[in-house]
Write a protein that binds this ligand. Structure first.
Ligand code: CP
Length: 542
């Protein structure tokens, strides 16, 4: 197509109007029809968002010309981009992927509005191949802007302006009525704000209160990259900004792995080796971390203490040095002794994630709980910006021995929530009050203003040590059941880290009721852990 670019390349130059756009689309359709005789096996898939608009218009024009229905799908390539894990703020989750037909043995016409470096097309091809095996993939673009980094050429191209050199700060933006309210081709200045990640997620996903964003800005000098840890040892070491960084990234991963039409695997951790090193039993944490790592494309291996050379007297440090000598990247550690993950983190190269250490902390449990609480509060307040400030959380049970309680206390206090601890005196030392929480032995008092009721597992082994008189008495005084829950406001929901002792700390009628968020916690756990793994893997690059 002839190049009618005779205006200087300055920002806001309009290179084409509605008619010009239509003319270019007609030219693309002409090329496709001239190239493909039999359109029966053809499907058109547009890259969100401009490419998808274009794909629909191309399909409509083809259908008008030859009365053949051409299936149209969309691809949202963000999570497949090779720069997805880079700590910059340019990436958007652009629309969603929807391919409601088989692409096996079909000719796919992959459509984008402007082709430049080729990296979007590469990401799109990567993603597409998760949906099936087409016999052919042809690329159609409205405008070939040049500046290719990857050897991809369009099969159909409506316009390749003979622009000697379009400076990198200028780009061609194709506007579509459906997205922008107008059809236009315009030269724009690339204004990529240098956003930090928290600002980016806050901005793009509007997930938390503006005050938090302001706090980020205030802290800019102090936290130039926000996440300043090699490891995740405990929530006591994280700032509110760092906690929100994880919580704000979580819905991206949640959407990804719960969305029915999404492929189940990403490549954010491709080539990384993640080691699960569990010295205590686990169902939720282990499976959740393993799924999270696998869904991010990592290779995972697990080592239990029963199977390791610790049995022959090898020290923990020696074991980890040997594992790391095999160039592993992330080590997820659960240990019965408080402090083991921290000790390992101080001496070793890999990113250490504490999956629960003794009575100390269980930070990813705390994070998934915070995320679940945040979603509940936003839902009942009908406010997508709500945060946890002044939210009343009551934690009930064996506080003394609970790493889950400690991580929740640190995290909740960090985010401005009000925490009440409740349980028998022997399991609830007054010293906790020094942290800034309220303590009470009265369940009625503890529940009276609770937004969230968090029941802890009664560690039955403690009863043998006489730390509470009898299970029957515990049930009578502290069980959350249909009678005791009446002390709480109607909007209060019930959470539990699992495993549950059914009908001891929590009655089945409540655990399985609509007021229970327990299985939601577990689902959120995978997404939270994907966010943690992603952030830690990136911290290596810093
Ligand atoms: N909540 C929790 O840590 O469960 P697991 O012990 O099954 O991992």
């Amino acid at each position: 197509m002839e190049n009618n670019l005779n205006t200087p390349l300055t920002p806001n130059t309009i290179m084409g109007d509605k008619e010009r756009l239509d003319e270019l689309i007609n030219y693309l359709v002409q090329q496709i029809l001239a190239d493909i005789e039999d359109l029966t096996p053809v499907v058109i898939i547009g890259i969100q968002r401009g490419g998808f608009c274009l794909a629909k218009r191309i399909a409509k024009k083809i259908e008008e010309k030859i009365s053949t229905k051409v299936p149209v799908g969309s691809l949202s390539t963000t999570l497949f981009r090779d720069d997805f894990s880079q700590p910059h703020g340019y990436l958007h989750l652009e629309g969603s992927t929807l391919i409601p037909f088989s692409i096996d043995k079909r000719t796919v016409i992959l459509v984008d509005d402007v082709l430049s470096a080729g990296r979007t097309i590469r990401a799109a091809i990567d993603e597409l191949l998760h949906y099936g095996r087409p016999s052919k993939i042809n690329v159609a673009c409205l405008i070939d802007r040049g500046g290719r980094e990857i050897p991809i050429q369009p099969n159909y191209c409506a316009w390749k302006p003979t622009v000697e050199s379009l400076p990198k700060n200028l780009w061609i933006n194709v506007k579509f009525q459906e997205i922008d309210g107008t059809d236009e081709i315009v030269i724009e200045e690339r204004k990529e704000p240098i956003l930090t990640e928290p600002e980016f997620y806050a901005d793009k996903f509007k997930l938390h209160d503006k005050t938090i964003t302001n706090q980020f800005e205030e802290q800019l000098e102090k936290y130039p990259r926000y996440w300043k840890h090699k490891d995740l040892i405990g929530l006591r070491y994280l700032s509110p900004q760092e906690i929100y960084l994880i919580l704000n990234m979580t819905p991206i991963f949640l959407k990804f792995f719960t969305q029915a039409d999404a492929p189940k695997k990403l490549y954010v951790l491709q080539g990384r080796a993640v080691i699960h090193w569990f010295h205590e039993p686990s169902t939720r944490t282990y499976i959740s971390f393993d799924l999270a790592a696998k869904r991010l494309g990592a290779d995972t291996l697990s080592l239990s203490s029963a199977m390791s050379s610790e049995k022959k007297g090898e020290t923990l440090h020696d074991t980890l040095s040997n594992i790391e000598a095999m160039r592993t990247d992330i080590t997820i550690v659960r240990h019965r002794c408080s402090g083991v993950p921290k000790l390992l983190a101080e001496k070793h190269r890999s990113h250490i994630i504490n999956a629960g250490d003794g009575q100390n902390e269980h930070p990813t449990q705390g994070l998934l709980d915070l995320y679940t609480m945040l979603q509940h509060i936003r839902k009942i307040r009908n406010d997508p910006y709500a945060d946890l400030k002044d939210v009343n959380v009551t934690i009930i049970g064996d506080i003394l021995h609970s790493r889950v309680a400690r991580s929740n206390i640190w995290g909740l206090l960090n985010l401005g929530a009000k925490v009440t601890l409740c349980g028998p005196e022997t399991l609830l030392p007054k010293s906790f009050e020094q942290l800034g929480v309220r303590t009470t032995t009265s369940l009625k008092e503890a529940l009276s203003n609770a937004d969230i009721i968090y029941a802890l597992r009664i560690q039955l082994e403690r009863q043998a040590r006489g730390l509470f008189p009898s299970i029957r008495e515990y049930i009578k005084l502290y069980r959350i059941d249909k009678d005791s829950i009446k002390f709480a406001p109607d909007h209060a929901v019930v959470m539990h880290p699992g495993p549950i002792n059914r009908d001891i700390e929590l009655a089945t009628e409540i655990a399985d009721s609509p007021r229970s968020l327990i299985l939601q916690q577990v689902t959120h756990g995978v997404a939270v852990r994907m966010a943690v793994l992603n952030i830690l893997a990136k911290s290596e690059m810093r």
